[in-house]
Every structure is written in structure tokens, then in C-alpha cells.
Design a protein around this ligand. Structure first.
Ligand code: UDP
Length: 239
């Protein structure tokens, strides 16, 4: 008999950079294909999966503003970048025989659906991957905040942040060799120690809604399924 799963509905946050793989910009088809496969594996095992994808592999509003662009215009470009990434993930999932729906926080109906909470939940119940694009639809926010918000809205029992490191460290492990990895942190510890986990707005939303957050290394194939089985991969943030 297979191991029972610890989670029923999750929200997975993938940064835009996660999709780049070894490229300097854009999307590495191998990486997005592997992530799509891992998502479909957990869906086949009975978990409902919503995904928020960032856009940092293409545009970030703050970066564009630093080079002279109006910040709001830059953020609009950043949001559109997340839509492109979501469409690429939708395609990768469909190529593997799965079903996915991109739902945007800004209306682009020729391209994808709008985010409508009840419809999103229906997609999840039908085993479709719901890809939440365009962040929360407003400038001056990040897709981390969007991930926490969508997770709470869809009633996810876990928010997962996929990164390239195996959890949260006391300092940057690339620069500080004796940096220690945390297995567990409270929401308040993350905020007070200013640990670069997710932005403060996202952590505060998780704290208010008692939504556990796990930060894990998505470069290691199989980690997503291990977490679904209850293995302590990466760092858990909760009360
Ligand atoms: N963005 C925004 N509002 C949101 C979410 C995102 O304006 O609710 C813009 C913002 O410019 C951001 C960009 O979209 O920099 C890409 O998102 P993010 O930087 O969160 O992507 P990631 O770092 O996860 O790749």
C-alpha cells in the first residue's frame, strides 16, 4: 500500500528564476518540464495543486524603475512576465498529458481566464493545476504576497516556496561557510531576524491565517513528493 499523504491542497510558489535553470534569462524547457512532471506526480497521488509563478526571469518592476522607468509601468511589465511564465508552465503540463488553467489577476481574456476564486477551486477539485498569474494584480506587490494570498483564498493547507537552496540559513551559505540551516522557524522569528524567506507582507498573511510555509530545494528531483508524504525537507515556518 502506498504511504498516505499529509496534504490535500497546496500552493506552490515558483520564482521566475527557478524556471531559468542554467540560462541567464527566460525559461529553460528542461527545468519547466521536470517541474511540470513533479507537479503531475503529486496530483496523481491525490493532492490538489495551485501554483503562483514569479516573473523575475523576465522583468521586475523595481529593476526597471532603477534603470529609469516609471515604477508602476515596470510593475505592469513584471505582472505580464508572470503571465508568460504561467502560460509556459500550462503548456509544459499539457504536453505531459495533464490539465492546467492559467487564471490572471488582470483581465487578458484572449490569453487566459480571470482569477475567480470559486472557479479556481473547481479546477483544483477536478485535478487541474490552477496557475495563478499576474500576482495580485496591483503594482508595488510581489508574487510572494500573491502566493500567500491565493493560498489562503483557496484554503491550501501548505504554502511551498521552491528555491535553489535546501532551506533557510542564518546567513547566505555561499558567502558565510558556517551558516546554519534551520529546520523550523516561527513566523515571528522570520520577521524579527529579517530572514530572506519571503517578504514580510507574505509572512504576516501566513501568520494571521495560521498557514504553514515550507521552503525547499526544487533542484532536487522528488522533493515535492517527499514533502507530500510528510518528510521534513527544507525549513518549516509556522507558529
Ligand atoms: N508584480 C506586481 N504585483 C504583484 C506581483 C508582481 O507588480 O502582485 C510585478 C513586480 O514588478 C515584480 C514582478 O511582477 O517584480 C515579478 O514578480 P516577482 O518579482 O515577485 O517574481 P519572482 O521574484 O518570484 O520571480
Amino acid at each position: 500500500m502506498s504511504t498516505p499523504l499529509n496534504h490535500r491542497r497546496i500552493l506552490l510558489k515558483l520564482s521566475g528564476e527557478a524556471l531559468m535553470g542554467s540560462e541567464d534569462y527566460g525559461i529553460d524547457p528542461k527545468v519547466i518540464g521536470r517541474l511540470a512532471k513533479e507537479i503531475l506526480e503529486v496530483i496523481d497521488a491525490g493532492v490538489q495543486v495551485g501554483v503562483v509563478i514569479g516573473g523575475g526571469n523576465i522583468f521586475r518592476g523595481a529593476g526597471l524603475a532603477a534603470s529609469g522607468m516609471d515604477r508602476v509601468t515596470g510593475d505592469h511589465m513584471g505582472m505580464l512576465a508572470t503571465v508568460m511564465n504561467a502560460l509556459a508552465m500550462q503548456d509544459a503540463i499539457e504536453k505531459l498529458g495533464g490539465e492546467a488553467r492559467t487564471m490572471s489577476a488582470i483581465k487578458i481574456n484572449e490569453v487566459c481566464e480571470d482569477f475567480i476564486r470559486r472557479r479556481a477551486i473547481r479546477h483544483l477539485e477536478k485535478g487541474r493545476v490552477a496557475l495563478f498569474a499576474a500576482g495580485i494584480g496591483n503594482p508595488f506587490f510581489t508574487t510572494d504576497s500573491a502566493a500567500a494570498l491565493r493560498a489562503v483564498e483557496i484554503g491550501a493547507d501548505l504554502l511551498l516556496k521552491a528555491t535553489k537552496v535546501d532551506g533557510v540559513y542564518s546567513a547566505d551559505p555561499k558567502r558565510v561557510p558556517d551558516a546554519t540551516r534551520y529546520e523550523h522557524l516561527s513566523y515571528n522569528q522570520v520577521i524579527e531576524r529579517r530572514l530572506e524567506v519571503m517578504d514580510t507582507a507574505a509572512i504576516a498573511l501566513c501568520r494571521e491565517n495560521k498557514l504553514p510555509l515550507r521552503i525547499y530545494d526544487m533542484t532536487q528531483p522528488g522533493n515535492l513528493m517527499k514533502i507530500m508524504r510528510g518528510e521534513a525537507v527544507g525549513t518549516l515556518v509556522d507558529a
